[in-house]
Design a protein. Structure first.
Length: 250
């Protein structure tokens, strides 16, 4: 009795192909959902204002975006329980203090003007700059002061169990401030990746445009020149013949 060997056949191949296609579709869906989540949760809005403030005041864009995301969720008219307002949630007391140091060329601004994104970003970034300078460039310590106040942070720095050098915090004693700083650092990490990806995309688009321009110059323009040369020459000959026939018929 002969035994017939059964091969994998077309059914097995189709099954593997279907599995591969399914995995590709799932991966595409996951990446799309992930990108949509980041665009919604960590948007890159008011980029021109953020870039200008970062360049002028020397504060990282990632920290500016992170502060806006955590403080207001990019709502320019956000309000807090303590009366802070705007994208970066500055209180009136802090605003008045900042105004004694910098007016950004507008001496007539009022606290209500913080509802304007450009003004809110300018003053919020300037506040970040001052805090970073005050606390030796240490982001967790500076952002602790942004959240809990400079006075609270200075009192913590005087206690050895919270600071080993008296300049930066080793531990944040207030739970809500510690959680706030964690959110800022997490948002900074996300924005660092997002801005890097955005920069790479812009470079790729720029490179694609350059290569396309080179292709057009090298191949398309000569081809069109040749075509129009032939077309214009043929058209000129026909026009000359037509003119001659019309003249002869007179």
């Amino acid at each position: 009795m002969s035994i017939r060997k059964r091969g994998c056949g077309c059914g097995c191949f189709h099954g593997i192909l279907s599995l591969i296609l399914s995995l590709i579709v799932i991966a595409a869906v996951v990446l799309t959902v992930r990108e949509a989540f980041y665009q919604y949760t960590y948007p890159v809005k008011y980029s021109s204002y953020v870039e200008d403030a970062s360049a002028e005041l020397g504060v990282p864009e990632t920290l500016i975006y992170a502060t806006i995301q955590v403080e207001s969720g990019f709502d320019p008219e956000a309000r807090s329980e303590v009366g802070a307002r705007g994208l970066m949630q500055i209180t009136e007391e802090t605003f008045d203090w900042l105004r004694t140091k910098e007016t950004f060329g507008s001496p007539d601004l009022t606290f209500e003007d913080l509802d304007k994104p450009d003004i809110a970003i300018n003053y919020g970034t300037y506040f970040l700059k001052l805090l970073l300078e005050e606390f030796d460039g240490d982001v967790p310590t500076a952002m602790s002061a942004y959240h809990a106040g400079r006075g609270s942070v200075h009192s913590w720095l005087e206690q050895g169990k919270y600071s080993s050098n008296g300049e930066t915090l080793d531990e944040i004693p207030k739970d809500d401030t510690a959680y706030y700083v964690q959110k800022i650092q997490r948002a900074m990490n996300v924005y660092e990746k997002r801005l890097k990806e955005q920069s790479e995309e812009n470079e790729n688009v720029h490179r694609l445009r350059e290569n396309f321009a080179k292709f057009v110059d090298a191949y398309v323009v000569p081809l069109l020149d040749s075509f129009f040369d032939r077309f214009s020459g043929s058209f000129a000959n026909k026009l000359q013949s037509l003119t001659y026939l019309v003249g002869a018929g007179r």
